[in-house]
Design a protein around this ligand. Sequence first.
Ligand SMILES: [Zn+2]
Length: 73
Amino acid sequence: MIISYLPLEKWRKNWHVNGTHIVCRHCHMVWDLANAKRPFTHAHDCKAKRDATPYPLRDLRQISEALHQTGLC
Ligand SMILES: [Zn+2]
């Protein structure tokens, strides 16, 4: 079953999870999950720099918690 959950869809527009890394879909900068407490560093001209969260992992956790509360997964 594919769950369409808006905050998660939005998150996925900017980020991609690759094993233990999060990748920006726009500038393809790779960020190790071990750096979770530090803000994500985008490429100089990345268009997501302004719009995307600087803390993708923290946001993903919040989204996943909210999703669990809905009972959808
Ligand atoms: Zn970027």
